[in-house]
Write a protein that binds this ligand. Structure first.
Ligand SMILES: [Mg+2]
Length: 241
């Protein structure tokens, strides 16, 4: 079982989020893995499923968990969204209105169960000034309502607590035999929940140009070592079949 984050893992972290396509050589390898009968390939991303689909450029989509696990698309194409309370929707609307009132719509990404603000390609000082104001607004909101504020590479996100990539990993593992060989590949702080949810015999791999403290047990650099990892997985599969 191959559990894969998308941004920063399968795709480089570019300035334009809507053009964050997979690394060269990645699509071919993913196609082979997805059509394989011995590997269950799953993409687990903070992106909304609708936003990630066109970036993948795949003939056949794998199973995808989007919006940090609030959305699910099965391999057969069946889509589900977990129930989100009207009270939380109201909080998201409040946060959105604040962004609009400041004229910051261009940084905004609205998702089914969260709101993200992105600063890829934005001047560092400007991004910092905006970040401070947004965080102070969100923290005021979070005093009255349970909200999760997460800071990731290049942005901020206001989320509903309760579901994260760790829950997704646990749910997936429950549906498989405990003998299945499992690897999770991710780069960012939200992937740490997933690394921590892995059983001791699974392989958590930090995919990143620079090492940082992590719950993952291995570290590889993109893109060469990542492509090599997929090639070795595919050849191990062939010799196993
Ligand atoms: Mg990532």
């Amino acid at each position: 079982m191959l559990l894969l984050d998308y941004d920063g893992t399968l795709a480089p972290f570019g300035e334009k989020r809507d053009r964050a396509f997979p690394y060269a050589g990645m699509v071919e390898r993913l196609e082979r893995l997805i059509s394989s009968t011995s590997t269950r390939t799953v993409i687990i991303t903070g992106r909304a499923i609708n936003h990630i689909k066109p970036l993948l450029k795949l003939k056949k989509l794998p199973e995808i968990w989007g919006s940090h696990g609030w959305e699910h698309l099965s391999r057969e194409g069946h889509y589900t969204l977990k129930a989100i309370s009207p009270a939380f929707r109201e909080q998201l609307e409040k946060a959105r209105s604040f962004m609009v009132s400041q004229g910051w719509q261009e940084y905004l990404e609205e998702k089914p169960a969260s709101m993200a603000v992105h600063f890829r390609g934005v001047d560092t000082d400007l991004a910092l000034a905006i970040k401070i104001k947004i965080l102070s607004h969100w923290r005021q909101m979070a005093v009255r309502y349970p909200l999760l504020i997460s800071i990731f590479d290049g942005g901020l996100e206001l989320r509903l607590p309760g579901i994260n990539k760790g829950n997704v990993v646990r749910e997936i593992l429950k549906s498989e035999s405990d003998k299945v060989v499992t690897a999770y590949l991710g780069d960012d702080s939200t992937d740490e929940d997933a690394f921590q949810a892995l059983p001791s015999d699974a392989l958590g791999i930090l995919v990143r140009s620079e090492w940082r403290p992590t719950a993952a047990s291995a570290w590889i650099q993109t893109p060469e070592e990542l492509l090599d990892f997929f090639d070795r997985w595919l050849s191990a599969e062939e010799s196993h079949d």
